[in-house]
Write a protein that binds this ligand. Structure first.
Ligand code: AMO
Length: 427
Protein backbone atom coordinates (compact mmCIF):
# COMPACT_ATOMS: atom_id res chain seq x y z
CA UNK A 1 0.00 0.00 0.00
CA UNK A 2 1.19 3.53 -0.75
CA UNK A 3 2.03 5.90 2.07
CA UNK A 4 -0.49 8.68 2.76
CA UNK A 5 0.78 11.91 4.26
CA UNK A 6 -0.96 12.95 7.46
CA UNK A 7 -2.02 16.32 6.03
CA UNK A 8 -3.99 14.45 3.33
CA UNK A 9 -5.88 12.08 5.65
CA UNK A 10 -8.95 14.34 5.62
CA UNK A 11 -9.72 13.23 2.07
CA UNK A 12 -9.51 9.55 3.01
CA UNK A 13 -12.35 9.22 5.51
CA UNK A 14 -13.65 5.64 5.60
CA UNK A 15 -10.63 4.29 3.70
CA UNK A 16 -7.83 2.08 4.84
CA UNK A 17 -4.45 3.82 4.70
CA UNK A 18 -0.81 3.39 5.50
CA UNK A 19 1.07 6.14 7.34
CA UNK A 20 4.73 6.44 8.31
CA UNK A 21 5.98 8.61 11.14
CA UNK A 22 7.18 8.96 14.67
CA UNK A 23 5.38 8.33 17.94
CA UNK A 24 5.12 11.60 19.84
CA UNK A 25 2.77 10.48 22.61
CA UNK A 26 1.07 7.36 23.92
CA UNK A 27 -1.84 7.04 26.33
CA UNK A 28 -4.09 4.26 27.68
CA UNK A 29 -7.72 4.50 28.68
CA UNK A 30 -9.02 1.14 29.92
CA UNK A 31 -8.54 -1.30 27.06
CA UNK A 32 -8.04 1.43 24.47
CA UNK A 33 -4.57 2.71 23.51
CA UNK A 34 -3.89 6.02 21.81
CA UNK A 35 -0.75 6.66 19.83
CA UNK A 36 -0.12 10.16 18.53
CA UNK A 37 1.91 9.99 15.34
CA UNK A 38 3.72 12.78 13.51
CA UNK A 39 5.15 12.90 10.02
CA UNK A 40 6.65 15.90 8.24
CA UNK A 41 3.22 17.23 7.34
CA UNK A 42 1.31 16.98 10.62
CA UNK A 43 0.13 14.79 13.48
CA UNK A 44 -2.76 12.36 13.90
CA UNK A 45 -4.20 10.33 16.72
CA UNK A 46 -4.37 6.57 16.19
CA UNK A 47 -6.70 4.47 18.33
CA UNK A 48 -6.19 0.80 19.20
CA UNK A 49 -8.39 -1.80 20.85
CA UNK A 50 -5.31 -3.61 22.06
CA UNK A 51 -2.09 -3.14 23.97
CA UNK A 52 0.48 -1.20 21.93
CA UNK A 53 4.10 -1.32 22.94
CA UNK A 54 5.43 1.44 20.69
CA UNK A 55 7.41 4.02 22.66
CA UNK A 56 7.66 7.77 22.24
CA UNK A 57 10.39 8.37 19.65
CA UNK A 58 9.86 5.16 17.69
CA UNK A 59 9.71 5.32 13.91
CA UNK A 60 6.63 3.32 12.89
CA UNK A 61 4.39 2.22 10.09
CA UNK A 62 0.66 2.06 10.75
CA UNK A 63 -2.16 0.60 8.74
CA UNK A 64 -5.67 1.52 9.75
CA UNK A 65 -8.97 3.08 8.83
CA UNK A 66 -9.52 6.82 8.72
CA UNK A 67 -12.58 7.86 10.74
CA UNK A 68 -14.20 11.22 11.24
CA UNK A 69 -13.93 12.20 14.90
CA UNK A 70 -15.11 15.63 15.99
CA UNK A 71 -13.09 15.60 19.20
CA UNK A 72 -9.80 14.82 17.45
CA UNK A 73 -7.44 17.49 16.14
CA UNK A 74 -8.15 17.97 12.44
CA UNK A 75 -11.52 16.17 12.81
CA UNK A 76 -10.17 12.70 12.03
CA UNK A 77 -8.37 9.81 13.65
CA UNK A 78 -7.11 6.43 12.53
CA UNK A 79 -8.49 3.20 13.90
CA UNK A 80 -5.36 1.11 13.92
CA UNK A 81 -5.23 -2.37 12.43
CA UNK A 82 -1.56 -3.07 12.25
CA UNK A 83 1.56 -1.38 13.62
CA UNK A 84 5.15 -2.07 12.66
CA UNK A 85 8.04 -0.62 14.62
CA UNK A 86 10.59 0.31 11.98
CA UNK A 87 13.20 1.61 14.40
CA UNK A 88 13.18 1.97 18.16
CA UNK A 89 15.23 3.63 20.92
CA UNK A 90 17.89 1.42 22.43
CA UNK A 91 18.38 3.77 25.37
CA UNK A 92 16.05 5.73 27.66
CA UNK A 93 15.28 9.21 26.35
CA UNK A 94 17.04 11.83 28.52
CA UNK A 95 13.73 13.70 28.98
CA UNK A 96 10.05 13.20 28.37
CA UNK A 97 9.36 14.28 24.80
CA UNK A 98 5.63 13.70 25.27
CA UNK A 99 5.23 16.58 27.73
CA UNK A 100 3.63 19.68 26.20
CA UNK A 101 6.51 21.78 27.59
CA UNK A 102 10.01 20.44 27.88
CA UNK A 103 11.00 23.06 30.48
CA UNK A 104 14.67 22.20 30.25
CA UNK A 105 17.63 24.31 31.27
CA UNK A 106 19.14 25.92 28.17
CA UNK A 107 22.32 23.81 28.48
CA UNK A 108 20.35 20.55 28.65
CA UNK A 109 18.18 21.64 25.74
CA UNK A 110 21.29 22.36 23.66
CA UNK A 111 23.45 19.45 24.82
CA UNK A 112 20.70 17.09 23.64
CA UNK A 113 19.86 19.16 20.58
CA UNK A 114 19.30 16.27 18.14
CA UNK A 115 16.58 14.97 20.46
CA UNK A 116 15.15 18.20 21.87
CA UNK A 117 14.56 19.39 18.30
CA UNK A 118 12.05 16.57 17.94
CA UNK A 119 9.72 18.19 20.46
CA UNK A 120 6.77 19.88 18.72
CA UNK A 121 7.19 23.14 20.61
CA UNK A 122 10.88 23.28 19.74
CA UNK A 123 10.13 22.29 16.15
CA UNK A 124 7.69 25.18 15.90
CA UNK A 125 10.60 27.63 16.25
CA UNK A 126 12.26 26.21 13.16
CA UNK A 127 9.06 25.92 11.17
CA UNK A 128 8.70 29.65 11.75
CA UNK A 129 12.37 30.16 10.89
CA UNK A 130 11.77 28.30 7.65
CA UNK A 131 8.94 30.73 6.85
CA UNK A 132 11.24 33.66 7.59
CA UNK A 133 13.89 32.40 5.15
CA UNK A 134 11.33 31.64 2.48
CA UNK A 135 9.60 34.98 2.78
CA UNK A 136 12.79 37.02 2.89
CA UNK A 137 13.75 35.36 -0.36
CA UNK A 138 10.29 35.94 -1.80
CA UNK A 139 10.01 39.57 -0.76
CA UNK A 140 13.48 40.43 -2.08
CA UNK A 141 12.82 38.77 -5.41
CA UNK A 142 9.55 40.66 -5.70
CA UNK A 143 11.63 43.85 -5.55
CA UNK A 144 13.93 42.47 -8.24
CA UNK A 145 16.93 41.82 -6.02
CA UNK A 146 19.24 39.07 -7.29
CA UNK A 147 20.29 36.41 -4.81
CA UNK A 148 24.03 35.98 -4.38
CA UNK A 149 26.32 33.78 -2.27
CA UNK A 150 29.66 35.27 -1.32
CA UNK A 151 32.80 33.70 0.21
CA UNK A 152 33.12 33.21 3.92
CA UNK A 153 36.89 32.59 3.91
CA UNK A 154 38.54 35.97 3.52
CA UNK A 155 41.98 37.50 3.35
CA UNK A 156 40.91 40.50 5.45
CA UNK A 157 38.29 40.94 8.15
CA UNK A 158 35.27 42.63 6.61
CA UNK A 159 33.89 44.63 9.51
CA UNK A 160 37.17 45.39 11.27
CA UNK A 161 36.95 45.66 15.03
CA UNK A 162 38.19 42.77 17.12
CA UNK A 163 35.44 40.22 16.78
CA UNK A 164 36.79 38.20 13.86
CA UNK A 165 38.02 34.60 13.79
CA UNK A 166 41.49 33.99 12.42
CA UNK A 167 42.13 30.58 10.93
CA UNK A 168 44.93 28.70 9.22
CA UNK A 169 44.51 28.63 5.47
CA UNK A 170 47.28 26.53 3.92
CA UNK A 171 50.35 28.80 4.15
CA UNK A 172 48.33 31.87 5.06
CA UNK A 173 46.05 33.32 7.69
CA UNK A 174 42.42 33.69 6.72
CA UNK A 175 39.46 35.35 8.41
CA UNK A 176 35.94 34.07 8.68
CA UNK A 177 33.53 36.59 7.16
CA UNK A 178 31.89 38.84 9.75
CA UNK A 179 29.49 39.93 7.01
CA UNK A 180 29.24 39.89 3.21
CA UNK A 181 29.77 43.66 3.28
CA UNK A 182 32.52 44.09 0.64
CA UNK A 183 31.05 41.59 -1.76
CA UNK A 184 27.50 42.83 -1.64
CA UNK A 185 28.74 46.35 -2.36
CA UNK A 186 30.85 45.13 -5.26
CA UNK A 187 27.80 43.33 -6.62
CA UNK A 188 25.80 46.57 -6.69
CA UNK A 189 28.14 47.47 -9.56
CA UNK A 190 27.03 44.27 -11.29
CA UNK A 191 23.35 43.63 -10.54
CA UNK A 192 22.39 46.92 -8.85
CA UNK A 193 20.14 45.10 -6.35
CA UNK A 194 21.41 42.04 -4.51
CA UNK A 195 20.59 40.03 -1.42
CA UNK A 196 22.23 37.21 0.44
CA UNK A 197 21.15 34.72 3.07
CA UNK A 198 24.28 33.27 4.58
CA UNK A 199 26.33 32.44 7.66
CA UNK A 200 28.58 35.02 9.28
CA UNK A 201 31.00 34.63 12.14
CA UNK A 202 31.63 36.86 15.11
CA UNK A 203 34.23 36.20 17.78
CA UNK A 204 32.12 37.77 20.53
CA UNK A 205 33.84 36.66 23.71
CA UNK A 206 30.81 37.28 25.94
CA UNK A 207 27.71 35.39 26.96
CA UNK A 208 24.56 37.35 26.24
CA UNK A 209 21.01 36.41 25.32
CA UNK A 210 21.36 38.08 21.91
CA UNK A 211 24.77 37.00 20.57
CA UNK A 212 26.02 33.80 19.02
CA UNK A 213 29.34 33.27 17.27
CA UNK A 214 27.82 32.07 14.02
CA UNK A 215 24.53 33.38 12.72
CA UNK A 216 22.59 33.71 9.51
CA UNK A 217 22.55 37.22 8.16
CA UNK A 218 19.87 38.46 5.79
CA UNK A 219 21.72 41.04 3.74
CA UNK A 220 20.73 43.45 1.00
CA UNK A 221 22.39 46.16 -1.04
CA UNK A 222 20.84 48.48 -3.63
CA UNK A 223 22.16 51.09 -6.05
CA UNK A 224 21.03 54.45 -7.40
CA UNK A 225 19.54 55.59 -4.12
CA UNK A 226 18.95 59.25 -3.51
CA UNK A 227 19.79 58.97 0.15
CA UNK A 228 19.69 56.56 3.10
CA UNK A 229 15.92 56.92 3.51
CA UNK A 230 15.47 55.06 0.21
CA UNK A 231 17.15 52.08 1.86
CA UNK A 232 14.95 52.36 4.93
CA UNK A 233 11.82 52.59 2.77
CA UNK A 234 12.74 49.45 0.85
CA UNK A 235 13.61 47.64 4.07
CA UNK A 236 10.30 48.74 5.58
CA UNK A 237 8.36 47.44 2.59
CA UNK A 238 10.13 44.10 2.54
CA UNK A 239 9.76 43.63 6.28
CA UNK A 240 6.06 44.39 6.10
CA UNK A 241 5.58 41.71 3.50
CA UNK A 242 7.63 39.15 5.45
CA UNK A 243 5.73 39.70 8.69
CA UNK A 244 2.37 39.63 6.92
CA UNK A 245 3.24 36.31 5.30
CA UNK A 246 4.65 34.77 8.46
CA UNK A 247 1.43 35.79 10.23
CA UNK A 248 -0.67 34.14 7.54
CA UNK A 249 1.35 30.98 7.12
CA UNK A 250 2.69 30.47 10.63
CA UNK A 251 -0.50 30.72 12.69
CA UNK A 252 -0.22 27.25 14.22
CA UNK A 253 3.36 27.84 15.36
CA UNK A 254 2.63 31.27 16.81
CA UNK A 255 -0.31 29.77 18.70
CA UNK A 256 1.93 27.25 20.44
CA UNK A 257 3.80 30.21 21.95
CA UNK A 258 0.65 32.22 22.60
CA UNK A 259 1.89 35.15 20.53
CA UNK A 260 0.60 37.21 17.66
CA UNK A 261 2.71 38.48 14.81
CA UNK A 262 3.53 42.19 15.01
CA UNK A 263 2.25 44.49 12.36
CA UNK A 264 5.02 46.33 10.56
CA UNK A 265 3.73 49.89 10.11
CA UNK A 266 3.61 51.30 6.61
CA UNK A 267 6.02 53.92 7.87
CA UNK A 268 8.16 52.64 10.70
CA UNK A 269 8.84 55.56 13.05
CA UNK A 270 12.34 56.93 12.67
CA UNK A 271 14.32 59.06 15.06
CA UNK A 272 17.86 60.34 15.35
CA UNK A 273 20.06 58.62 17.91
CA UNK A 274 20.86 61.92 19.66
CA UNK A 275 17.13 62.63 19.99
CA UNK A 276 16.10 59.24 21.30
CA UNK A 277 18.79 59.50 23.95
CA UNK A 278 17.28 62.78 25.11
CA UNK A 279 13.78 61.31 25.11
CA UNK A 280 14.88 58.26 27.08
CA UNK A 281 16.43 60.53 29.69
CA UNK A 282 13.44 62.86 29.93
CA UNK A 283 10.75 60.20 29.80
CA UNK A 284 12.30 57.29 31.63
CA UNK A 285 15.06 58.93 33.65
CA UNK A 286 17.75 56.74 32.08
CA UNK A 287 21.01 58.10 30.76
CA UNK A 288 22.77 56.02 28.11
CA UNK A 289 26.42 55.71 29.23
CA UNK A 290 28.77 58.03 27.34
CA UNK A 291 31.07 55.24 26.15
CA UNK A 292 28.39 53.56 24.00
CA UNK A 293 26.25 54.87 21.13
CA UNK A 294 23.31 53.08 22.73
CA UNK A 295 23.31 50.09 25.07
CA UNK A 296 20.77 47.27 25.51
CA UNK A 297 18.88 49.16 28.21
CA UNK A 298 18.71 52.24 25.95
CA UNK A 299 17.38 50.05 23.13
CA UNK A 300 14.80 48.51 25.42
CA UNK A 301 13.56 51.96 26.40
CA UNK A 302 13.59 53.17 22.78
CA UNK A 303 11.39 50.16 22.02
CA UNK A 304 9.10 51.13 24.86
CA UNK A 305 8.87 54.65 23.50
CA UNK A 306 8.01 53.33 20.02
CA UNK A 307 5.18 51.30 21.51
CA UNK A 308 3.84 54.06 23.73
CA UNK A 309 4.18 56.89 21.27
CA UNK A 310 3.51 55.21 17.90
CA UNK A 311 2.00 51.86 18.88
CA UNK A 312 4.81 50.28 16.87
CA UNK A 313 6.99 47.28 17.71
CA UNK A 314 9.58 48.72 15.32
CA UNK A 315 11.64 51.87 15.34
CA UNK A 316 14.52 53.09 13.17
CA UNK A 317 17.28 54.93 14.93
CA UNK A 318 19.37 56.99 12.54
CA UNK A 319 22.51 59.13 12.41
CA UNK A 320 24.86 56.98 14.42
CA UNK A 321 28.14 58.69 15.26
CA UNK A 322 30.95 58.61 12.70
CA UNK A 323 33.31 57.27 15.36
CA UNK A 324 31.17 54.15 15.97
CA UNK A 325 30.40 53.17 12.40
CA UNK A 326 32.60 51.21 9.98
CA UNK A 327 34.73 53.09 7.44
CA UNK A 328 32.37 52.37 4.53
CA UNK A 329 29.47 54.31 6.12
CA UNK A 330 28.55 57.62 4.51
CA UNK A 331 29.07 60.58 6.86
CA UNK A 332 26.25 63.12 7.15
CA UNK A 333 27.14 65.94 4.77
CA UNK A 334 25.75 68.55 7.18
CA UNK A 335 27.38 67.07 10.26
CA UNK A 336 30.38 64.82 9.66
CA UNK A 337 30.32 63.75 13.30
CA UNK A 338 27.28 61.69 12.36
CA UNK A 339 26.56 59.17 9.59
CA UNK A 340 23.73 58.04 7.37
CA UNK A 341 23.79 54.82 9.31
CA UNK A 342 20.74 53.38 11.05
CA UNK A 343 19.63 50.49 13.22
CA UNK A 344 16.25 48.87 13.35
CA UNK A 345 14.88 47.86 16.74
CA UNK A 346 12.14 45.25 17.11
CA UNK A 347 10.52 45.13 20.54
CA UNK A 348 13.50 46.93 22.00
CA UNK A 349 16.24 44.78 20.44
CA UNK A 350 18.49 45.72 17.54
CA UNK A 351 17.71 43.34 14.70
CA UNK A 352 19.38 45.17 11.83
CA UNK A 353 22.02 47.67 10.88
CA UNK A 354 22.06 49.56 7.62
CA UNK A 355 23.43 52.64 5.93
CA UNK A 356 24.17 54.61 2.88
CA UNK A 357 27.77 53.78 1.88
CA UNK A 358 30.53 55.94 0.55
CA UNK A 359 30.55 55.36 -3.21
CA UNK A 360 33.36 57.74 -4.28
CA UNK A 361 36.91 56.42 -4.29
CA UNK A 362 38.67 59.50 -2.92
CA UNK A 363 36.17 59.96 -0.13
CA UNK A 364 36.44 56.29 0.83
CA UNK A 365 40.24 56.35 0.95
CA UNK A 366 40.14 59.56 2.95
CA UNK A 367 37.66 58.10 5.42
CA UNK A 368 39.79 54.98 5.85
CA UNK A 369 42.82 57.12 6.59
CA UNK A 370 40.89 59.13 9.17
CA UNK A 371 39.80 55.92 10.83
CA UNK A 372 43.25 54.36 10.65
CA UNK A 373 42.03 51.42 8.53
CA UNK A 374 44.76 49.77 6.44
CA UNK A 375 43.87 49.01 2.85
CA UNK A 376 46.23 46.08 2.46
CA UNK A 377 44.33 43.03 1.18
CA UNK A 378 41.31 45.19 0.42
CA UNK A 379 42.40 46.39 -3.00
CA UNK A 380 39.85 44.22 -4.79
CA UNK A 381 37.16 46.10 -2.90
CA UNK A 382 38.62 49.60 -3.02
CA UNK A 383 39.46 49.47 -6.70
CA UNK A 384 35.87 49.01 -7.80
CA UNK A 385 35.15 52.52 -6.52
CA UNK A 386 37.37 53.82 -9.32
CA UNK A 387 34.91 52.46 -11.85
CA UNK A 388 31.62 54.27 -11.57
CA UNK A 389 29.93 52.92 -8.46
CA UNK A 390 26.45 54.42 -8.03
CA UNK A 391 25.24 55.83 -4.72
CA UNK A 392 24.11 52.80 -2.75
CA UNK A 393 23.18 51.37 0.61
CA UNK A 394 21.79 48.31 2.29
CA UNK A 395 21.25 46.41 5.48
CA UNK A 396 22.25 43.36 7.46
CA UNK A 397 19.43 41.71 9.36
CA UNK A 398 19.97 39.11 12.09
CA UNK A 399 17.60 36.27 11.25
CA UNK A 400 17.69 34.53 14.61
CA UNK A 401 16.97 37.71 16.54
CA UNK A 402 13.76 38.15 14.55
CA UNK A 403 12.51 34.74 15.60
CA UNK A 404 13.68 35.33 19.16
CA UNK A 405 11.61 38.51 19.32
CA UNK A 406 8.55 37.15 17.54
CA UNK A 407 8.29 34.21 19.92
CA UNK A 408 9.61 35.99 23.02
CA UNK A 409 12.44 33.46 23.48
CA UNK A 410 14.72 34.20 26.39
CA UNK A 411 17.90 33.42 24.46
CA UNK A 412 18.77 33.73 20.79
CA UNK A 413 20.33 30.28 21.10
CA UNK A 414 16.86 28.73 21.20
CA UNK A 415 16.39 30.07 17.67
CA UNK A 416 19.59 28.47 16.33
CA UNK A 417 19.56 24.78 15.43
CA UNK A 418 23.08 24.11 16.66
CA UNK A 419 24.32 27.33 18.26
CA UNK A 420 27.97 28.27 18.69
CA UNK A 421 29.08 30.22 21.74
CA UNK A 422 32.33 30.71 23.61
CA UNK A 423 32.03 27.28 25.24
CA UNK A 424 29.92 25.46 22.68
CA UNK A 425 31.25 24.01 19.46
CA UNK A 426 29.18 20.82 19.55
CA UNK A 427 26.68 19.37 18.82
P1 AMO B 1 26.09 44.50 12.30
O1 AMO B 1 27.44 44.11 12.74
O2 AMO B 1 25.38 45.51 13.13
O3 AMO B 1 26.13 45.11 10.83
O4 AMO B 1 25.19 43.22 12.18
C1 AMO B 1 23.91 43.27 11.60
C2 AMO B 1 22.88 42.52 12.42
O5 AMO B 1 23.31 41.18 12.64
C3 AMO B 1 22.86 40.74 13.90
N1 AMO B 1 24.01 40.33 14.71
C4 AMO B 1 24.08 39.22 15.46
N2 AMO B 1 23.18 38.25 15.68
C5 AMO B 1 23.57 37.24 16.48
N3 AMO B 1 24.77 37.13 17.07
C6 AMO B 1 25.70 38.09 16.88
N4 AMO B 1 26.91 37.96 17.43
C7 AMO B 1 25.38 39.20 16.04
N5 AMO B 1 26.04 40.29 15.63
C8 AMO B 1 25.20 40.97 14.83
C9 AMO B 1 22.11 41.87 14.54
C10 AMO B 1 22.66 43.07 13.82
O6 AMO B 1 21.76 44.13 13.81
N6 AMO B 1 27.65 44.95 7.54
C11 AMO B 1 26.73 45.46 8.53
C12 AMO B 1 25.33 45.51 7.97
C13 AMO B 1 25.11 46.56 6.89
O7 AMO B 1 25.40 47.75 7.17
O8 AMO B 1 24.66 46.20 5.81
C14 AMO B 1 26.75 44.56 9.74
O9 AMO B 1 27.17 43.43 9.68
O10 AMO B 1 20.74 41.68 14.26
Amino acid sequence: MQRILIKNLGEKSGEEVKILGRVINTRKLGNISFVLVQDYTGAVQTVWEMEINAKVGDAIEINGEVKAEERAKGGIEIHGKDIKIISTSIEELPFDLAKPNLNLQLTTLLDHRPLSLRHPKVQAIFRLYDLLLKNYDLAMREENFTEIKTPKLLEVASEGGANFFKINYFEKTAYLAQSPQFYKQIMVGVFERVFEIGPVFRAEPHFTTRHVNEYISLDAEMGFIENFTDVMKMFNKVLRKIFENIGEEGGEYLKIYGVEISEVPENIPSIKLSEIKKIIKEKYGYEVPKETDINPEGERLAGRYAKEEFNSDFIFITHYPWSDRPFYTMPDSDNPEETYGFDLLFKGLEIATGAQRIHLYDQLVENMKKKGVHSSGMEFYLDIFKFGMPPHGGWGLGSERIIQQILGLESIKEAVLFPRDVKRLSP
